[in-house]
Design a protein around this ligand. Structure first.
Ligand code: FEO
Ligand code: CA
Ligand code: CA
Ligand code: CA
Length: 673
């Protein structure tokens, strides 16, 4: 693409200001259209969305909380095409749903039932709005719209049968009543970031899946605190904690009972029915967006954790493929997968895309990152040949499949660096360097009060208390780290590309990147590079700056690792001793290299980014506008914290809806120029 569409040297638009309005704000000279919102029909026979809580048949409608998304081009005849500027497929994640207590209240006429047990009819709707969707989109005279009757349209929900592939396929830890061979499970859930493979398939990261499961308070002792208890606790599922929606109470049928993973021995063979059900979630799942007859496959070789995006290093013929991965929880790790198979350029256009996924994503090596203060770092291999893993006393690993299921514990065993919540990552198409957002961390402290709190370190160096408007402490605004693979095997160098901060914050301690009013942001989350322009798009999911501005998207033209300098941050501890943290700060961004491009409506997160192959249309998602609305106010639109997108002229009803927008430039140019 570089030869056809030169990478931009500077940003051409005028930055937009921060905004608290209930609307999408974009630069002068640009337009946007809402094209695909919660509940929109995916078949010709599905009625239009009434948006009053009476709608059903969500298996044939857009899901909720649109998140990561990728574009798959089609030619005029509807065949897969790497061009495809006026016709294509959007594949996207439907991460979650807006709730206050159990019920996804905008889906139900009266807000639904916030107590247990949950009625089956409500659970069925709520399950169906999770998962993935594929929808055809088309531009006619520059006007984009979905094609509800398209044969490509598809829904994948938490009930769709999917295959387990890779090292954990058939493992004892994956055997359930549903799949006694451990080769299948149902669905995907809480899908957050995405990736697009070099062979043209969709990758989706399963993120906060553990909250959907339940186990009874006595479960730890019932199980004699065995290995499964260690694993469940490490993945955030403590005994007796309520599940997010209480779906396990929807009835006796298997589709509800599966969410209670503490049930013992009601199978005919006396085994535990659902004990391993949660081990079927937490992977990168692959889908062929072009072919809905093909089963999805969970790629267990890429590890199991709170997955975000899956970003490929630039493919080189004859070399292995690299996939960068982040685990989004406080104090979790960064990973990369390196394929065993070497890249063959002809695989960019294969006859069988899912088989090509088998070739590159089922066998390889998984690494976890460790950062050093001097700007160097190591990728540590996670395998049974690593003595720290084979001899780990806190959890006895059985084999490599066990590492692929209990990856976080393997990261613990080798002492990887605990990060400030790794969200999305992207690879710079010019330099091949990897950029990782670290969204924030409320568990950094100078004087830790518990074992869950960590002191700042070089790669996560900031601690401060933000007392203006929204109180928070730790690293409330997050940062973006970048890394470049080193010459020696397993080595890398790194620096912090940008520190999120409010423009008027202390430049010596907080606003370390010297952000101006046109550039300041908090809690970077989505991040994707345009293959056309080379722009690094940065999207926010913030709680610390929302008193000043709704969430936003910025455009950046990034430099290189090492273009800045080392800096020492000094912190005074309670005992008056001084802690010095050395970090590596990238060059401060010039005015034409980082600009705010968009601000969203109220209570939303900006997420997901993809583009047509000419870079002249970009698609982004407005996730959960109005999520701060109270369930008790579901019948009173004047009390909704947002009425977007109905207030932008889209659709019936005033209930706020997650939606996809497309942005074009009025002069027909590339976005950002
Ligand atoms: Fe779904 Fe970590 O954002
Ligand atoms: Ca987030
Ligand atoms: Ca603040
Ligand atoms: Ca969100």
């Amino acid at each position: 693409p570089v030869a056809v569409n030169p990478i931009m040297a500077s940003l051409g638009f005028t930055a937009v200001g921060k905004s608290l309005l209930d609307k999408v704000v974009i630069p002068a000279g640009y337009s946007y259209q809402v094209i695909y919102a919660l509940g929109d029909p995916l078949t010709a026979n599905t009625p239009a969305y009434k948006n009053d809580g009476s709608d059903s048949d969500y298996d044939n409608r857009a899901g909720d909380h649109h998140d990561g998304m990728e574009y798959f081009g089609l030619d005029a005849a509807g065949k897969p095409s790497s061009s495809g500027v006026e016709r294509g497929l959007l594949a996207m994640n439907h991460e979650a749903t807006t709730d206050e207590t159990k019920s996804s209240f905008f889906l139900h006429a009266n807000g639904g039932t916030s107590t247990l047990p949950r009625p089956a009819a409500e659970v069925d709707k709520e399950v169906a709005i999770h998962g993935l969707s594929v929808v055809e989109v088309k531009a006619t005279s520059n006007k984009w719209a979905t094609v509800p009757s398209s044969a490509f349209n598809r829904r994948v929900t938490p009930l769709t049968e999917v295959e387990i592939s890779g090292p954990a396929r058939g493992h004892a830890l994956l055997k359930t009543k549903y799949s006694t061979t451990g080769t299948k499970t149902r669905g995907t859930i809480n899908n957050c970031g995405t990736g697009k493979t070099p062979w043209g398939t969709y990758l989706s990261g399963e993120e906060n899946w553990s909250g959907y499961f339940f186990r009874v308070a006595a479960d730890d002792t019932n199980r004699n605190n065995d290995k499964s208890v260690t694993s469940l606790k490490r993945y955030g599922r403590s005994a007796g904690s309520a599940s997010r929606h209480g779906w396990e109470t929807g009835g006796a049928a298997d589709q509800y009972a599966r969410w209670d993973i503490s049930k013992i021995g009601s199978s005919a063979d006396g085994s535990d029915d659902y004990r391993n059900e949660m081990n079927g979630q937490g992977y990168i799942i692959e889908m062929d967006a072009y072919d809905k007859t093909k089963s999805l496959k969970k790629r267990t070789a890429l590890g199991r954790f709170a997955h975000e995006s899956a970003a490929f290093g630039l493919p080189v013929a004859g070399k292995p493929l690299t996939v960068y991965l982040g685990d989004d929880s406080r104090n979790e790790y960064m990973y990369k997968f390196v394929s065993k198979a070497l890249w063959v350029a002809a695989d960019a256009n294969p006859a069988d895309r899912m088989a090509t996924g088998d070739k590159y994503l089922n066998e390889g090596t998984l690494y976890v990152a460790k950062f050093n203060a001097d700007g160097s770092g190591q990728w540590i291999e996670l395998s049974m040949s690593n003595a720290a893993i084979a001899g780990f006393s806190a959890y006895l690993f059985a084999d490599y499949g066990d590492i692929c299921v209990n990856t976080r514990l393997a990261g613990d065993a080798v002492g990887a660096t605990k990060m400030d919540r790794p969200e999305w990552g992207g690879v710079n198409p010019v330099t091949g360097e990897y950029y990782q957002t670290l969204t924030n961390n409320s568990n950094r402290r100078i004087d830790p009060a518990s074992s869950s709190q960590l002191t700042p370190d070089s790669a996560n160096p900031r601690y401060y208390e933000d007392n203006d408007g929204v109180k928070s402490k730790g690293n409330p605004n997050g940062h973006i780290l970048r890394m470049k693979e080193g010459a020696a095997v397993g080595s890398f160098v790194w620096d912090v590309y940008l520190f999120g901060a409010e423009a008027d914050a202390d430049k010596a301690k907080v606003n370390l990147s010297n952000l101006t009013d046109d550039q300041d942001f908090s809690s970077p989350d989505g991040l994707a590079f345009s293959q056309n322009t080379g722009i690094c798009w940065i999207q926010t999911d913030d709680g610390a700056y929302t008193d000043v501005s709704n969430c936003m998207m910025l455009a950046a033209i990034a430099g290189k690792v090492g273009d800045g300098a080392a800096q020492t941050l000094s912190y005074t501890k309670a005992d008056t001793s001084v802690m010095n943290v050395v970090t590596q700060v990238g060059a401060k961004p010039a005015a034409d290299k980082l600009k705010r491009f968009l601000v969203g409506p109220k209570d939303c997160e900006i997420t997901g980014l993809c583009e047509t192959s000419d870079g002249k249309a970009i698609f982004i998602n407005i996730q959960h506008p109005g999520e701060g609305t109270k369930m008790a106010d579901v019948a009173d639109p004047t009390k909704y914290t947002s009425q977007w997108p109905s207030n932008a002229g889209y659709g019936a009803g005033k209930r706020p809806r997650s939606a996809t927008i497309v942005i074009t430039k009025d002069d027909g140019g590339r976005i950002g120029s």
